[in-house]
Ligand binder design. Structure first.
Ligand code: PPS
Length: 294
């Protein structure tokens, strides 16, 4: 698939049971044949959970808070997305990763069963960042409006139904967050929450630092907290995706609100009740708990 034509605003392609962004699902061999390095660091999330935020935090921790080093490139190049296939530009995430120096940072939204098993057998360091379902649905809805690689979302009430049914790219939010939570029992991944990052970014950045085996001064942690705050990333062209023509920031910016609880501005009372009832069923039996307000 080499041209942009034919992939903009197309419906999902079903791939191994998951709705997938059309170009990403083509030539899957590139992902299966990807050569994992033991010192690769994986940042896995369901879409719209704060991936970019955590990516910059990890890069800053590895570079000991050196802003100049962290400004070496766009986040999309510093932390390539494993499954990316950018039609027209002939860029793939695996090509970008092949060229990247170690330790490589790998972004992915893949559910556990689509992630190449070599990541686990090589014992890579893995982060999983989760965000409450209502804010993810809200953010994902706006993202569909501005990202032309995704189908148009239709009216909010229709999109919300699709989200609840897992009929959006990468499938069910519920299954995604639960299966990565379960994996935590037998694999030492660091499972983080967007709401915790909002509540006390420095505390969470310290967790990231410890997980990466680093030891940084309080002043460096403060610097990383400031550099990665919503106010800072919103206006940072290396982080706010304004370099990608595929996204129309006039419709709504990628760095949109960056808050916990914006869902309240979109869910009606009735939608909230239906969502909660469905949520109780789908999340029954898991110890995983989310906060949709802080
Ligand atoms: S993507 O496209 O799936 O990789 O998007 P992702 O980066 O996971 O999520 C985008 C949402 O994260 C918000 N964001 C932040 N919130 C708080 N602080 C910081 N620093 C930050 N950086 C990104 C971004 O605004 C999107 O959420 P919404 O709710 O749409 O604003």
């Amino acid at each position: 698939m080499s041209s942009l034509e034919g992939v903009l605003r197309q419906d999902w392609k079903m791939f191994r049971g998951y709705p997938m962004v059309l170009p990403f699902a083509s030539n899957w061999e590139r992902i299966e044949q990807f050569q994992v390095r033991p010192d690769d660091i994986v940042i896995a999330t369901y879409p719209k959970s704060g991936t970019t935020w955590l990516s910059e935090i990890v890069d800053m921790v590895l570079n000991k808070g050196d802003v100049e080093k962290c400004e070496r490139d766009f986040i999309t190049n510093k932390v390539p997305m494993l499954e990316l296939l950018a039609p027209g530009q002939r860029i793939t995430g695996t090509d970008l990763l092949d060229k990247a120096p170690s330790p490589r940072l790998v972004k992915t939204h893949l559910p556990i069963d689509l992630l190449p098993t070599s990541f686990w057998t090589n014992r890579c360091k893995m982060f999983y960042l989760a965000r409450n379902a209502k804010d993810v649905a809200t953010s994902y809805y706006h993202f569909h409006q501005m990202n032309k690689l995704l189908p148009l979302p239709g009216p909010w009430e229709e999109f919300l139904e699709k989200f609840m049914a897992g009929k959006v790219a990468y499938g069910s939010w519920h299954d995604h967050v639960k299966s990565w939570w379960e994996r935590k029992k037998d694999y030492p991944l660091l499972y983080l929450f967007y709401e915790d990052l909002k509540e006390d970014p420095k505390r969470e950045i310290r967790k990231v630092m410890q997980f990466l085996g680093q030891d940084l001064d309080e002043s460096v942690l403060d610097k990383i907290t400031r550099h990665t705050s919503f106010e800072a990333v919103k206006d940072n062209p290396l982080l706010n995706f304004t370099n990608l023509a595929i996204m129309d920031h006039n419709i709504t910016p990628f760095m949109r609100k960056g808050m916990v609880g914006d869902w309240k501005n979109h869910f009606t009372v009735a939608q909230n009740e239906v969502f909660d009832a469905d949520y109780q069923k789908k999340m029954a039996g898991t110890t995983l708990k989310f906060r949709s307000e802080i």
